[in-house]
Design a protein around this ligand. Structure first.
Ligand SMILES: Cc1cc2nc3c(=O)[nH]c(=O)nc-3n(C[C@H](O)[C@H](O)[C@H](O)COP(=O)(O)O)c2cc1C
Length: 355
């Protein structure tokens, strides 16, 4: 019999433990979601970078292995401006093109696209337990279609104002994404206003009458117990899953996690054009983490693609993002199911006063 007191997220989703394995575009996929669900958590599929057909196929693969366990499909809702003039950015990158023997791309690579009709149709086909959105919410008509599937709608807030906005616009639960979090900060009402997780969770708990899911810097049972004590109904954990064998990040990224070399992930806009936290690499060290020349999200990635490809062919991540949160040095390499079970059992023992 589970001893979790706050069941606001467990009961509607069927999760056995209050952990959401965070969706991580490019880093998590079918295997990670299956393992997390088997461990009792919500498993997530990041859908911003895959086609609607792939969304359906991946969801079927998760269900074939993990049965009816709780699945979250995750999408982006950024505003896409027109293709900007990237000439200043390409000029800044020119010395790297020369070094790598690469040239600027003729055609853009597949970009991160905002939630649209075709992705919504994939949600209607899959009918997951949860649909979560990063960078705001889709237009009301699309959101209503998602609601009709019966999915719990989860939005991501980086400030109390964003949490209020998400509550007013129909979310069923709110992710409180603290400053500590790895990957893209999901700010959407204004420029990034970094807030630490403790103050953010408490502020949102006071401001909205919805379950709060704490995200950012959570990699150990003690941190989960702390977040639940603050009033969170669950936690959203990303970076701690990156060293797992099921994660898709390249070996050079995995090897730095869990070591002192992962102690200082920082915010950069270089890779995609908006603030995301990751381990510094050659590009960040050479240019500095924030440059006005980098075009807005997601277009900065276009000019980097050939450099990234050339370096990755030699096993170098000189131009590849290595997203990681502030607890990256505290992570361990272990299978994702075992990690989920260890984190949950440890947190429960603390909460029940057994350790
Ligand atoms: C490698 C990586 C990729 C991410 N990609 C996504 C994504 O596709 N969608 C999303 O909503 N959040 C994404 N995030 C953010 C996570 O949902 C979550 O906020 C974050 O991982 C929590 O902080 P932590 O990494 O310290 O656990 C990503 C995070 C990481 C580390």
């Amino acid at each position: 019999m589970s001893g979790w007191r706050d069941r606001r997220l467990l009961d509607p989703t069927g999760a056995r433990v209050p952990i959401v394995q965070a969706p991580m575009a490019g880093a998590g996929g079918v295997a990670l979601a299956i393992a997390a669900i088997e461990g009792g958590a919500v498993g997530s599929l990041p859908c911003a970078t895959i086609t609607p057909d792939e969304i359906v196929r991946q969801a079927e693969a998760v269900r074939a292995a993990a049965g009816t366990g709780p699945l979250n499909l995750n999408f982006f809702c950024h505003q896409m401006g027109p293709l900007p003039d990237g000439s200043a950015w390409r000029a800044l990158l020119a010395p790297f093109y020369a070094e790598e023997g690469a040239s600027p791309p003729d055609a853009p690579p597949r970009l991160r696209l905002p939630f649209d009709d075709a992705q919504c149709a994939a949600v209607e086909a899959v009918r997951p337990a949860i649909v979560s959105f990063h960078f705001g919410l889709p237009e009301p008509a699309l959101l209503e279609r998602v609601r009709q599937t019966g999915a719990l709608i989860v939005g991501n807030a980086t400030t109390v104002a964003e949490a209020r906005w998400l509550a007013e616009h129909g979310c069923d639960a709110i992710i409180a994404q603290g400053y500590e979090a790895g990957g893209h900060a999901g700010y959407f009402l204004s420029e990034h206003e970094p807030v630490g997780l403790m103050a953010l969770v408490r502020g949102i708990v006071h401001a909205v009458d919805l379950p709060v899911i704490a995200a950012g810097g959570i990699a150990e049972p003690e941190a989960i117990a702390a977040a639940l004590t603050l009033g969170a109904a669950a936690v959203n954990i990303g970076t701690a899953y990156l060293p797992c064998p099921e994660s898709l990040v390249p070996p050079a990224h995995k090897q730095r996690l869990g070591t002192p070399a992962a102690a200082h992930p920082q915010f950069t806009k270089l890779f995609y054009g908006r603030r995301a936290r990751g381990l510094p690499n050659r590009l960040v060290e050479a240019l500095g983490p924030i440059r006005d020349e980098a075009p807005a999200f997601p277009y900065a990635a276009v000019a980097l693609a050939p450099l990234r490809q050339a370096a990755e062919a030699e096993g170098r991540l000189d131009f590849t993002q290595m997203w990681a949160g502030q607890a990256a040095a505290l992570t361990r390499n272990e299978p994702a199911r075992a990690l989920t079970e260890r984190l949950a059992a440890g947190a429960l023992a603390i909460i029940e006063g057994r350790s």
